[in-house]
Write a protein that binds this ligand. Structure first.
Ligand code: ADE
Length: 250
């Protein structure tokens, strides 16, 4: 994950440089019972580049490291009865407290379907932080006392229930990571994403200019940047009015 592991700098420098990265880069730690689920999402494309450039570090931590017994137990039945296991408070508290010794977290975020709906505004806010700790629930979720005592923010990625918080965590990291300065090649491109302006993005085209008789709008071929900008804005407004009129009400 760090440059030393990828051979970018001498091993002896590692502790110092890692500390430096903790201050400059954004660091996201993720506590999960299924770390394998988070292997691939950060190993490709933009997220991979962000990590290689030292702009983002993502570390997953297997909750079983803090299991309460030799059976690697981290969950138990819920008091009061009912189907489904609950992640116990002890391993989670120990995990959080151990990780907190390394970094002062700006936010400790629990991914849960009953959290606040994740949106671009939240991604923008979180992209300004240095250190985030994400907690992925599994089964029936986590003991309420962890939510009360440690969690600073609860986020849902949509009104549906997934089997755990790992995929939501990956979505959060992607949405936040791509906003970090220097991550995207053309830094301005995130500014024109859908939602950044409370508008959906305009249609985009590439070659060929004529695809089986379906032609690219003439204005995009004429090379007048001002006209292109106006056209794109009109298209954004029209698309938003048609597909997401609720966004124009704000
Ligand atoms: N865990 C399970 N479902 C979820 C959702 N919709 N959002 C965030 N975390 C979740």
């Amino acid at each position: 994950m760090f440059g030393s592991e990828t051979g970018h700098w001498p091993k002896a420098w590692s502790p110092l440089l890692e500390r430096f990265v903790y201050f400059c880069a954004m660091n996201i730690d993720i506590i999960t019972v299924v770390p394998d689920l988070l292997e691939s999402p950060f190993s490709h494309s933009i997220m991979k580049r962000a990590k290689e450039k030292g702009l983002l570090t993502v570390q997953t931590h297997n909750l079983r490291k803090w299991a309460i017994n030799k059976h690697m137990q981290v969950d138990d039945y819920q008091f009061g009865g009912g189907a489904g296991m609950v992640l116990m408070p002890e391993p989670l508290a120990n995990a959080i407290e151990e990780l907190q010794q390394d970094k002062p977290y700006d936010e400790i975020i629990y991914l849960t379907p009953d959290g606040a709906l994740f949106d671009q505004k939240t991604a923008n806010q979180l992209s300004l932080k240095n250190n985030l700790l994400l907690i992925c629930g599994h089964y029936k979720g986590i003991d309420e006392r962890i939510r009360k005592q440690y969690v600073t923010r609860e986020i849902s990625i949509g009104d549906y229930v997934l089997s755990g918080g790992e995929l939501p965590a990956a979505i959060l990291v992607d949405a936040i990571g791509r906003l970090l300065p220097g991550v995207l090649n053309d830094e301005t491109s995130a500014l024109f994403d859908s939602f950044q302006d409370n508008l959906l993005a305009p249609p985009v085209y590439t070659r060929p200019a004529d695809f089986r008789g379906d032609k690219v709008p003439e204005i995009l071929l004429q090379g007048d940047p001002k006209k292109v900008e106006e056209w794109r804005h009109e298209q954004s407004v029209a698309r938003t009015r048609e597909r997401r009129p609720d966004m124009l009400e704000d």
